[in-house]
Design a protein around this ligand. Structure first.
Ligand code: HEM
Length: 403
């Protein structure tokens, strides 16, 4: 079979333009169908529009505000409190556990017993689903891995999803009977899907995949940003001590640290698309039908034409050209622009002054909770990068609470 031509876009303007092209179709998860078949990020055209319009109903400013101010803080506190009590934590596992709990809440996956054992099982499923979604990078026996992931999906369905669906159906029935108000319904993706399942002809399989996708999309990205931001702030304690102190006291500045971390380390270093037609980008780059288009986010987010000569450095006070997000293109743009962006990273202020309705986002809220508790690197046990990770993930990151 003829190999497709590969076009790599490395500058910011081309990357931005490509995200907005309707004739470029998602290609990042082609191998990950076992989990990712029919999920939002893989849909195109009218199918995508209809599903996105539906799910957008959950991701409103008012919902983000209640998540950030009321629903998430207890989940963050519950995750951190036992570690504060012992005076130490391992940040990588803490980040995954905390962000999985937040993502499960948003997706609509109940954990009825709330036990550590139950969290552990959900976490094991999540790790399996990640393996399924990233099968393209797996060098072992892919069919065997695919079968293992499919088995995990069945088990997750029986153990977590079906009971979560049953509870929501009962709540929806109570609402339809006039026994409860709409505001009392669970505020999560699963409830939105169930209330509109017939309109979009959503089979149970699709609801299963979509719920798993929300677990993946919310948990891993936020966990990574959380650990990397804390690492950057701990580094600042030596390189720019006044800034490190400011990050502990000024949550708006702390939010800028999160944005700058996300710019320098996008959750996936590339976005990939198939060209459904011939296209010419504004900058003159030609793309032909059938081309594979690689949007190099890592390079675009460090483009000196946009971010200046010191684009590679971590600088939360950097000035940005108008219309450029402080996170660069790390949340994508166009039809697949991250639906959870505001939830994860809050709102960007126009003039550098946060207004009353400003949102900080769950990653800054979680980072602040660690800093407020006096979290800092364990001076006697240095963090270790995962030698097997090409993306610079931490293997372990010991933390002590000094207050
Ligand atoms: C730091 C945190 C996050 C980062 C860096 C991030 C990044 C991204 C990126 C780059 C895309 C676009 C993918 C593409 O165009 O191929 C995306 C899409 C998406 N993200 Fe996020 N994300 C984050 C957090 C979240 C959270 C918390 C949620 C869930 C609540 C979420 C849900 C989604 C969904 C559903 C899509 C697909 C949207 C669509 O196809 O219409 N993300 N995300």
């Amino acid at each position: 079979m003829k190999q497709p031509r590969v076009v790599t876009l490395s500058n910011y303007e081309d990357a931005r333009d490509a995200f907005r092209q309707k004739q470029l179709r998602q290609a990042l998860y082609d191998e990950g169908e076992v989990v990712m078949a029919d999920v939002l990020v893989n849909l195109h055209g009218d199918d995508h529009r209809a599903r996105r319009r539906l799910e957008n109903r959950l991701f409103l400013r008012s919902t983000h505000a209640s998540y950030e101010r009321e629903l998430f803080p207890p989940i963050v506190d519950d995750a951190i409190a036992p570690h504060i009590a012992t005076g130490r934590a391992e940040l990588v596992s803490l980040s995954h556990q905390m962000m999985m709990n937040l993502a499960a809440f948003t997706a609509g996956v109940d954990r009825p017993s709330g036990s550590a054992e139950e969290s552990f099982r959900l976490y094991a499923y999540l790790m399996r689903f990640i393996e399924g979604a990233t099968l393209a990078h797996y060098s072992g026996d892919r069919d065997a891995k695919r079968a293992a992931v499919a088995g995990a999906l069945d088990d997750f369905d029986a153990e977590f999803l079906r009971p979560s669906i049953a509870r929501r159906r009962a709540e929806i029935a109570r609402f339809e009977a006039g026994d409860i108000d709409e505001a009392e319904l669970p505020r999560d993706v699963l409830t939105v899907l169930l209330r509109n399942q017939d309109d979009l002809n959503l089979a149970h399989e699709v609801v299963l995949h979509e719920t798993c996708f929300y677990l993946l999309a919310g948990a891993h990205t936020s966990a990574t940003a959380f650990v990397r931001t804390l690492d950057a702030i701990f580094d600042m304690a030596t390189s720019a001590p006044a800034d490190a102190e400011r990050a502990r006291d000024d949550v708006y500045f702390l939010q800028r640290c999160v944005h700058e971390t996300i710019r320098l380390h996008p959750s996936s270093p590339v976005a990939i698309r198939w060209a459904l037609d011939d296209i010419e980008l504004k900058g003159g780059q030609r793309i032909e039908l059938g081309d594979k288009v690689i949007i190099d986010l890592m390079a675009a987010n460090r483009d000196p034409a946009i971010f200046g000569a010191r684009a590679e450095t971590f600088d939360p006070s950097r000035k940005l050209p108008e219309g450029v997000g402080p996170w660069g293109l790390s949340f994508g743009l166009g039809m697949h622009a991250c639906i959870g962006q505001e939830l994860a990273a809050g709102t960007a202020s126009i003039n550098g002054i946060p207004g009353e309705d400003h949102l900080y986002g769950l990653v800054p809220v979680a980072v602040r909770a660690v800093l407020e508790a006096g979290g800092c690197r364990d001076p006697e046990d240095q963090p270790e990068l995962d030698p097997e990770s090409e993306r610079g993930y931490w293997l372990r990151y010991p933390l002590v609470f000094a207050r």
